[in-house]
Design a protein around this ligand. Sequence first.
Ligand code: ATP
Ligand code: MG
Length: 245
Amino acid sequence: MKLDIQNLTMSFGENTVLDSVSVSLRNIHSLVLIGPSGGGKTTLLRILAGLEEPDSGLITINEHQLNCTEQELLNYRRRIGMVYQAYNLFPHLTALENIVLPLVQVQGMQKKAAEDQALSLLERFNLAEHAFKHPVALSGGQQQRIAICRAVAIKPEFLLLDEPTSALDPEYTSEVLDLIEELREEGMELILVTHEMGFAHKAADYILFISDGGISAQGTPQEIFEKKDNPRVERFLNKVLKYNN
Ligand SMILES: Nc1ncnc2c1ncn2[C@@H]1O[C@H](COP(=O)(O)OP(=O)(O)OP(=O)(O)O)[C@@H](O)[C@H]1O
Ligand SMILES: [Mg+2]
């Protein structure tokens, strides 16, 4: 993907979360956002998803200019996939119905075609046995994998994920990360916020470290994790990785 951000500023009241942020990236397939809590990762992701309007700044992502009319923004949102921390499945619908719903209501597909597409997606990711279960009968990891299937069912131009494993019991984390890794290997472009540093290291083409009002460090995983030349990043990594070995 191609991402250009120019002088992006976003405040909540007195709190300026992103202060004149600029970055220009080319040929990135998986962009990972890391950084301390409250640093602005979710805010940036929501702006990139067209869900939040910044105070000022210009953003172009692939060919989409994000400072546009409400109608264009609506069309843009239809073409991207979004996965949240908590799985957000509709509790009264089965796994299959959860995936079918946006295909029919947002993409305008016929119900039968949508069901076929949803089922083949569930099969591909070894979730077919859960198609007719309601979320309450599924583990957290299963629910989150269904939520990811729902996001990719619309064949989005890219996928945005905000800490997709942080609400899960640790035992379910790897099955969700495996699914994201599989999608990445298939060529799905993604922007991911995560606290899973091992996964960031493995799966990121490029990393943005978001803190103190903007991008305090950026680079390839090697540059971020191995160079150790940025004290702000160092402090963060030491804290996050403290009990990881
Ligand atoms: N809707 C909102 N209204 C007011 N303040 C907000 C809102 N959303 C975010 N903030 C504030 O903006 C700052 C950045 O929040 P954000 O959620 O983007 O951080 P984050 O990096 O995603 O943190 P975490 O790792 O805890 O998810 C925080 O100080 C937060 O309190
Ligand atoms: Mg967040």
